[in-house]
Design a protein around this ligand. Sequence first.
Ligand SMILES: Cc1ncc(COP(=O)(O)O)c(C=O)c1O
Length: 360
Amino acid sequence: MSRKYNFCAGPSALPTDVLNDLKEEILDFQGYGLSTMEMSHRSKEFVEIAETAKQDLIDLLQVNNDYEVLFIQGGASLQFSMVPMNLLKSSNSSCDYLDVGQWSIKAIKEAKKYGNVNVAASSADISYKKYPNPESWNLNSESDYLHLVMNETIDGVCLRDFNNLPSSNIVADCSSCILSEPMDISKFGLIYAGAQKNIGPAGLAIIIIKKDLLEEHPHLPAMMNYKTYADSDSMYNTPPTFAWYLSGKVFKWLKKNGGLTNQKKVNESKSTKLYSFIDGNDFYFNDVDKNSRSIMNVPFLLKDDSLNSMFLSESEDAGLLNLAGHRSVGGMRASIYNGVSEEAVSALIDFMKLFAEKNG
Ligand SMILES: Cc1ncc(COP(=O)(O)O)c(C=O)c1O
């Protein structure tokens, strides 16, 4: 068996060490005689797995005591609804949203069902090629919160300037950048992330919410209320136990490998290598503003797009999987999350070099 290099945007590559560890435990978790998938979520063993995972995440992101960390099913898309349902004070209330790509559009569409949405900034007119500067955000002083997608996975556009963030209650979709580098959680009211990129298997979203935003909301279904999860250690019902367990292993792997400071170094090294190669070669290009480029999702185009399908089929033959761009934008995209090694990025660059030499 040989593992190939996986550049999928999600579900994405998991660290090989984590998968090897899983292989060891899959039939018999640490001598209990059963796998974690078969354990009661209320058992002492699973509660310990769950609590350890939560604490490791808190340590990695240095989450302080003002926040609750929640594990919720439904992916990041459910958060597009839960955020306005929980944070808008009434159906007449307002919220600010940045429109910085397709995930922003989906979030805005949901929020409009619950309140008045002010689009405070949009980069739609420049095809989402640049993240709007915080100075240009046109915020409504009456808004209950400001929602932004930190890293737009499809266009490879990311907020890099955290110095001038407004003092609003900021809600950030960090699905495709969480744990890629250290982050100052105290600048945010709530952050959320679907698991299947930098956290673990699909089936889980992590929510980090300021405790003072947790409210009763008697009209909301229990499963849609953040407080339900906060009051029950995210075990109001059966949580996605396998995803939680394996995410815990990813957190341990991150801690063992120098935490997020080291991860930032590795991710910057991978992305710099790839962008430098693309920029220095007239066969490929990336047209995202250099100050907005994502260190996790690197879209690129071939100058001659009639070669796209040949590029994709030959890259797959070379063991480089899932390099097609999102179906809505085409081209190529290499998602180089934490689970994608430096070696994988070097192999991709070697292939791109060879392909350009043969077809340029
Ligand atoms: C930035 C961002 N937000 C939200 C989503 C939706 O995530 P999910 O499929 O977990 O609902 C994605 C999925 O790729 C994403 O990249």
